[in-house]
Design a protein around this ligand. Structure first.
Ligand code: PRP
Ligand code: URA
Length: 217
């Protein structure tokens, strides 16, 4: 797997951890129910967030301990925004929020046309000060990469320059598209799968993430 060329790209981050591997195995299992699936997506998103926020800017603060004043560092209050791609991305928001509770949340509405597999846009609402924040775009699935690439383009059009994309399961096709279309964006994935099938579903994948989170099929 590491022989794939994108492993050499410093913008590409395959987040690996025994807990992520374990949770991914249950997530993929077709016997996993909607409630468990949503909980696992949240937990994996939280573990990925730890890695994706390693370079957040800090500001120095004075903290009164019971003994004296300590020079400490805190993440700047206006540092981060979370942008789920509707609908499946909603399943990752709470995981990011557990680590960054003050992050503002924007939403981008996109769905893949079932015949053409092309993304269709229907909604975009970002935090008012989005251009001053690092926006973490979340979507559990990166298949062709069309949806995430279009979402990032929509965000850039609103003046945002610091963008990270966080996905759970990805295909090489989608990874290549994001790195080519948006070489300034850091991409974090928990799994790199083999390929896409004729319907542009990820193999081995986990099926339709939105349906599995929300129980719509
Ligand atoms: C899924 C997924 C991504 C997209 C990935 O959403 O959540 O947004 O497909 O595919 P791509 O990389 O080929 O664009 P879907 O269109 O099924 O909508 P949903 O979240 O509303 O279920
Ligand atoms: N969207 C999904 O939910 N799953 C896939 O495998 C591809 C796109």
């Amino acid at each position: 797997m590491e022989t794939l060329e994108f492993y050499q790209n410093p913008r590409f981050h395959h987040v690996r951890h025994p807990l992520i591997e374990h949770k991914l195995a249950i997530l993929r299992d077709k016997a996993t129910n909607n409630k468990q699936f949503a909980e696992l997506a949240e937990e994996i998103a939280m573990l990925e967030t730890y890695e994706a926020t390693k370079d957040l800017p800090l500001e120095e603060v004075d903290v009164e301990t019971p003994l004296e004043t300590a020079k400490c560092h805190m993440v700047s209050g206006k540092a981060v925004g979370i942008v789920p791609i509707l609908r499946a991305g909603l399943g990752m928001v709470s995981g990011v929020q557990k680590l960054i509770p003050n992050a503002k949340v924007g939403h981008i509405g996109l769905y893949r046309d079932e015949t053409t597999h092309q993304p269709v846009e229907y909604y975009c609402k970002l935090p008012a000060d989005a251009e001053n924040r690092t926006l973490i775009v979340v979507d559990p699935m990166l298949a062709t990469g069309g949806s995430a690439s279009d979402a990032i383009t929509m965000i850039k059009k609103r003046g945002v320059t610091k963008i990270k994309l966080c996905c759970i399961v990805s295909a090489p096709e989608g990874i290549r598209k994001i790195l080519a279309d948006h070489p300034d964006v850091d991409l974090y994935v928990a799994a790199v799968d083999r390929c896409l099938n004729d319907n542009c579903y990820i193999l081995p994948g986990l099926g339709d993430a939105g349906d599995r989170i929300f129980g719509t099929k």
